[in-house]
Ligand binder design. Structure first.
Ligand code: SF4
Length: 398
């Protein structure tokens, strides 16, 4: 069996480092220009360069997302951006617009990956993109494993498939609900997730109303399909979620790393992996139509909230002799509190025994975004996650 790439989302440098530490082979990153996440965390060019340099040192890869659909007025900014990107040489561009693809080939030597937004669902489409110079196709989310197998049989090109993360009610990301409801173009990074909103259905015959989340797709999870996807010839397993936390990146990468290695070694995967994925923020899971056509059970009608079993409290930035672990806190932490340490080698219970600020002063408690040290937490690698079990449902949209 061929060893596929595990490709993780990275909304910023912290998430990129987390993804690599927990076992991702590659990450995809974006900038505010053409990255389809206009209102999210993003990378500056300098940060992209730092991420690419780190990946090169580790033998990993960084792909840059350029998958918005460009209008003529966008091209003015795109040209100099492409020239700068060519200078820092990411390992691939993820592009959906044929015009942007053509321009990237004119101005750069960066390999072309065709984005899922291009909705490639068949072998002819793959062959056409190959002729145009593409080296990889991120298949449309609408294809099944059997169709992937057939495409692979007919066309010799790398195939990338989404294996985990948010789904939406659009056709492989092509959607105009936000355009009409909020004057924000989903296809140029402006999606406001209108499909997750609460809608009121009115029965025209009797006037009865029902409040529901009629388009709120559950999240994709394919741990059980990993052996079939490898067997079908998928070269890259892609995780969705550039806007999600480092804890999400760590948990999902850990679960799929184990699933891939288990499949390759013909052994049973970690029995706890699915439970861990249930603990991170999700809208309920389904297999996204890879094994069967999605139907009613793919929608979470009841709530547009996320359920989660753990809360992210921060990441370890460095560990040193003098200070112990240096942590950027993302929550309130108190001395005596029982939390969990999630490292690439496992999850451990830990009680905070001592806390200091960066000047070495003793603290009883810290606030979110504060840099702190835990002097007695030493035998852990950088990017280890601090988290706490919770029972909670967080509502996302009103
Ligand atoms: S509004 Fe919903 S269906 Fe449309 S692109 Fe955004 S997330 Fe997808």
């Amino acid at each position: 069996m061929m060893r596929p790439e595990l490709l993780a989302p990275a909304g910023n440098l912290e998430k990129l480092e987390t993804a690599f530490s927990f076992g991702a082979d590659a990450v995809y990153i974006g900038n505010w220009i053409f990255g389809l996440r206009k209102f999210a965390d993003n990378f500056t060019l300098r940060q992209m360069e730092m991420g690419i340099n780190l990946a090169n040192r580790l033998g990993k890869k960084v792909y840059v997302v350029l998958n918005g659909f460009a209008h003529d007025e966008d091209l003015e900014a795109l040209r100099p951006y492409l020239i700068e990107l060519n200078r820092i040489q990411p390992h691939g561009f993820i592009i959906s617009d044929a015009g942007v693809a053509s321009l990237s080939q004119e101005l750069t030597t960066v390999p072309l990956h065709v984005s899922t937004q291009a909705s490639v669902t068949n072998a002819y489409d793959c062959a056409m993109w190959k002729e145009l110079g593409a080296t990889r196709i991120v298949l449309a989310r609408e294809v099944t494993i059997d169709q992937i197998r057939e495409i692979k049989r007919q066309v010799d090109i790398e195939l990338e498939v989404f294996v985990h993360g948010s789904m939406c009610a659009s056709y492989s990301g092509k959607c105009v609900i936000s355009n009409y409801t909020a004057a924000r173009d989903s296809n140029r990074g402006g999606c406001i997730q209108s499909c997750r909103h609460t809608y009121e259905l009115i029965n025209e015959e009797n006037g009865e109303t029902e409040t529901t989340h009629i388009m709120n797709a559950k999240d994709l999870m394919t741990l059980n399909l990993v052996p079939d996807l490898i067997d079908a010839g998928v070269e890259s397993f892609k995780i969705e979620g550039r806007m999600k936390s480092p804890m999400y990146v760590a948990s999902v990468v850990t679960a799929y790393r184990d699933a891939i290695e288990s499949a390759l070694e013909n052994r049973s995967p970690d029995a706890n992996a699915e439970t861990e994925l249930e603990k991170i923020s999700n809208r309920g899971y389904f297999t996204g139509g890879l094994d069967d056509r999605p139907a009613g059970e793919s929608i979470n009608y009841a709530t547009n909230g996320h359920s989660a079993g753990v809360k992210y409290l921060g990441s370890i930035k460095s560990v040193n002799e003098q200070m112990g672990s240096v942590i950027l806190s993302r929550g309130i932490l108190s001395v005596g509190e029982e939390i969990e340490i999630q490292s690439p080698t496992g999850i451990y219970a830990y009680t905070i025994g001592e806390m200091r600020d960066m000047a070495g002063r003793s603290l009883e408690k810290c606030v979110p975004s504060q840099m702190i040290c835990l002097p007695d937490l030493r035998n852990v690698p950088e990017n280890t996650i601090l988290r706490k079990p919770i029972v909670e449902v967080v509502t996302e949209n009103a």
